[in-house]
Design a binder for this molecule. Structure first.
Ligand code: FMN
Length: 314
């Protein structure tokens, strides 16, 4: 049976994000994949209401779905997306980040939290691969959170990112078509996706540019100073995306590199074990809040002051 590859974009029609995605998908199609592609602009996606009924259900062993399942197209897309072997996401950069359309779609995936649903036996495990493309008018400097924010939406549905492209300096409609190197790189993403799909899951790894990003674990280019975490763990420096911890070290040629320390993978969000640590944190933090009648009463009393205070609206 042919492998399934899907492309999801939210860029302008016939423009950069869409074209780069199509170039990658064309390789996959030529290599025998069954290819599907959508542009989120053709679908209606509502923002997460924050009700958390999905995770409350999961914590009681039930797959309740999302309260918005009948109200928009998210479920329709997810039913197809989660059946794929690989998905390539391609978004334009607005205000340093992927567009709100993309983020709204990504942040609606909580009810599909694969590790939670697998734990309660509601779904079977499936190994999925992802490729990420972000297209912007500027260089890396003005796309500083673009790929990183897309990476952050991959954990919930257990997508293993094997390649990423930051497409720079293409502000004009379809301007990418003038950059032959970039177009060739997009095709290479298709090749990398097919290579990963045809590799046993336990042997799959990073296939993107070798020197990409600060983080040797997830290849993000974003590091932050570590602060003590809920359980006391404190890394000097952390990867903002995967949470790997370590420090900066200077190499002999005077360059700096991020070296992950021995216990630096404890909270690695790209792994099920790392995300389980976050589940522990939620259990501890929320459990201590919701299950404590004294705290609930205190909040109720203090809330009155804010509930009753109104300012002029527009
Ligand atoms: C509201 C808005 C904000 C933008 N912000 C950025 C930005 O922060 N960084 C950047 O590199 N490009 C920025 N751009 C340029 C777009 O990323 C660029 O035009 C890109 O090619 C759009 O992709 P598309 O052709 O697939 O729609 C912005 C464009 C718009 C309309």
């Amino acid at each position: 049976m042919a492998v399934k590859v899907m492309g999801i974009t939210c860029g302008r029609k016939n423009s950069n994000s869409e074209i780069l995605l199509k170039e990658a998908l064309m390789y996959c199609e030529e290599a025998g994949a069954d290819v599907t592609m959508i542009n989120l602009k053709d679908y209606h996606i509502e923002s997460c209401t924050g009700c958390t009924s999905c995770t409350k259900g999961m914590s009681q062993g039930k797959n309740t779905g999302c309260v918005l399942d009948e109200k928009d197209d998210k479920k329709k897309i997810m039913d197809v997306m989660l059946a794929q072997d690989a998905v390539i996401f391609s978004a334009p950069t607005y205000d340093l980040m992927p567009t709100a359309e993309y983020l709204m779609f990504g942040q609606r995936s909580l009810s599909y939290e694969t590790s939670f649903l697998e734990t309660i036996g509601a779904i079977e495990h499936k190994d999925r691969i992802a490729g990420l493309i972000c297209a912007g008018g500027s260089t890396r400097a003005w796309q500083s959170m673009a790929l990183e924010a897309m990476q952050a939406t991959m954990f919930t549905t257990d997508m293993q990112v094997v390649d990423m492209i930051l497409a720079t300096r293409i502000p004009g409609r379809a301007q990418c078509l003038l950059d032959e190197k970039l177009m060739a790189r997009a095709r290479k993403m298709g090749e990398n996706i097919m290579k990963a799909v045809n590799t046993p899951p336990e042997e799959r790894g990073w296939l993107g540019d070798e020197d990409m990003g600060w983080c040797p674990n997830c290849h993000s280019n974003a590091l932050v100073l570590g602060e003590p975490q809920w359980d006391g763990l404190h890394y000097p420096v952390e990867c903002q995306v995967c949470g790997a911890g370590g420090n900066l070290e200077q190499t002999e040629d005077g360059r700096w590199k991020f070296v992950i320390q021995e216990n630096g993978y404890l909270k690695d969000r790209t792994t099920v074990a790392g995300r389980a640590k976050h589940l522990e944190e939620i259990g501890q933090t929320q459990g201590g809040f919701y299950a404590d009648p004294e705290k609930q009463e205190l909040v109720k009393q203090r809330l009155e002051k804010y509930k009753n205070k109104q300012f002029k609206g527009i």
